[in-house]
Write a protein that binds this ligand. Structure first.
Ligand code: MC0
Length: 136
């Protein structure tokens, strides 16, 4: 089962410039930042409002051959993914696989802040890259 929207991910070419834009334009603050080598991203999580709701995730390429670099080349900056919180990423992945959707990974990988993640292929989800996040 999906519990809630976890975050919305936006591909950006320059993480520092994007952080400044969101701070100056919308008053959003960075609550977490890390580089995920496996995913090839530098990412920042931003709180919206009082910080109790879904977050905004800024995703910048850490390598030219990464998923985010490819997305930026093809589509330019913009919405890249919609992530849902789940209690058990293996169970959620299995349920969606059983409904005929392609999950990108056979076993979960490491996401933000020690979470465990998997993705539904965007072609099987109406053009949306859906991420499943089991928080640490
Ligand atoms: C590609 N397509 C997308 C898309 N990326 N559609 C919607 N949203 C996206 N983000 C479309 C293309 O336009 C193309 O459509 C078709 O999918 C290509 O499919 P493909 O050839 O199978 O795949 P690729 O090479 O384009 O790669 C897409 C894929 C990849 C989703 C498989 O980006 C991937 O593995 N993503 C999962 C990992 C990821 O995104 N990591 C970065 C975030 P047409 O119609 O032109 O054929 S890391 C993260 O999110 C972590 C740290 C976290 O939150 O914890």
């Amino acid at each position: 089962d999906l519990l809630r929207i976890d975050h919305v991910g936006i591909a950006v070419p320059d993480l520092d410039a994007a952080k400044d834009f969101y701070a100056e334009t919308f008053g959003m603050r960075v609550v977490h930042e890390e580089t995920n080598e496996e995913q090839g991203v530098r990412e920042a999580m931003l709180a919206v409002g009082d910080g109790t709701g879904p977050r905004l995730q800024l995703l910048a390429p850490a390598r030219p051959d990464s998923a985010i670099a490819k997305f930026l080349d093809r589509s330019g900056p913009g919405l890249q993914q919609l992530a849902y919180t789940v209690a058990d990423v293996e169970a959620a992945s299995a349920a969606l696989r059983a409904r005929g959707l392609r999950l990108l990974y056979d076993t979960p990988r490491r996401g933000t802040a020690g979470s465990r993640i998997n993705f539904v292929h965007p072609k099987d989800a109406g053009g949306v890259l859906v991420e499943l996040v089991e928080p640490a």
